[in-house]
Write a protein that binds this ligand. Structure first.
Ligand SMILES: [Zn+2]
Length: 343
């Protein structure tokens, strides 16, 4: 489903370091795979009823108690309780519900359905399809699709707040198209071009990743991408594709690796990019099968990176996604279906 190309070759002397990084990465993957998540019995114990979900939502939204979204005052009265709780601000009389102004606004589904969706999506290692959500939640497919996309939108908006900094590996890749019969390689038809980037710690371990659909691999597109997603002063490592030199326009240093004869997955310079792209391929083929790449690529990619960038925090991912959903402005179904997320 996804193709990555990097026409590069590396310094053969780097392979000793490469082996050490590989061993470190195996240990890191074990730390990720064996960390305790939130068990299903524990989830139902905490969030099994509407009133529990309402209390958890209120606590997550206003950790220090209700604050009027219009004027900021804390003095208020409660007009209605339970999951339909309505607050009225004393000074300005503004009324707001628990879900008003959040991604849940306008929903006719119970909070317990949303909480279960957040739990299932946050705990699923490789993502979860709308069809799987439909089955697990016991709702219609259109409802499951909307829940899925609204939560992915919340993840995308969270991810958009971060830029990559320091040492950043970048590569060009494509989403979709492998089975379309189009020609293979850069410039293939029926594919969504995307930029994959991973920032590294000083000892070469991955910190954060970004996967961004771009109009094409042009100097202009790379310059705009770097401006939006890479902190000035970073060093960008890429293959020899000419357009990557445009990262210097946003104050980044550029270190291309230009060699021939070896596939990119064999190159230590691109270990983490290829690991991320490999995980993405597994996630998309295992969970989503097919979706409208051109329309929804950014949202699916952001949902993947959201999970990857929080891979060491499985036990708190549910709470974090709840907070992201609260912070995400309401999106009417029409805008979710039509609008592409920009992040
Ligand atoms: Zn007020």
């Amino acid at each position: 489903m996804i193709v990555s190309q990097a026409h590069v070759v590396s310094d053969p002397g780097a392979y000793a370091a490469f082996q050490i990084i590989l061993e470190d990465s195996a240990m890191a993957m074990n730390r990720i795979q064996f960390q305790p998540g939130l068990s299903m019995p524990e989830f139902f114990h905490r969030y099994g009823s509407e009133s529990q979900c309402a209390a958890a939502l209120e606590k997550a939204r206003w950790p220090s108690g209700f604050r009027c979204p219009r004027c900021g005052a804390v003095a208020h009265c409660v007009l209605r309780g339970g999951s339909q709780k309505v607050f009225q601000c004393n000074p300005c009389r503004h009324q707001t519900s628990l879900i008003a102004g959040t991604v849940f606004q306008g929903t006719k589904l119970g909070l317990s359905v949303w909480f279960l969706a957040i739990y299932l999506i946050s705990q699923a290692k490789t993502g979860l399809s709308a069809l799987a959500l439909k089955r697990q939640l016991g709702v219609s497919y259109p409802s499951a699709w909307l829940i899925h996309h609204k939560l992915m939108q919340a993840m995308a908006e969270r991810e958009a707040r971060y830029v990559l900094a320091g040492q950043v590996q970048v590569d060009d890749a494509y989403l979709g198209g492998e089975r379309s019969g189009g020609k293979v390689g850069r410039g293939s038809e029926n594919k969504v071009p995307l930029l994959a980037a991973v920032s590294l710690s000083e000892d070469g371990h991955p910190l954060r990743t970004k996967l961004t659909p771009v109009p094409g691999f042009t100097l202009k597109a790379i310059a705009q991408w770097a401006q939006a997603h890479i902190a000035p002063g970073s060093t960008v490592f890429s293959d020899g594709l000419a357009c990557f030199s445009a990262v210097t326009e946003s104050g980044c240093a550029h270190q291309p690796t230009v060699v021939a004869g070896r596939k990119p997955k064999e190159l230590p310079e691109f270990l983490w990019i290829n690991t991320v792209l490999g995980n993405l391929k597994t996630s998309l083929t295992g969970s989503y099968h097919a979706f409208d790449f051109r329309k929804y690529a950014a949202r699916y990619l952001a949902a993947f990176t959201y999970r990857f960038n929080r891979r060491f925090d499985l036990s708190t991912l549910h709470t974090r996604l709840l907070i992201a959903a609260i912070a995400c402005a309401p999106h009417p179904p029409r805008s979710i279906r039509l609008a592409e997320v920009h992040c």
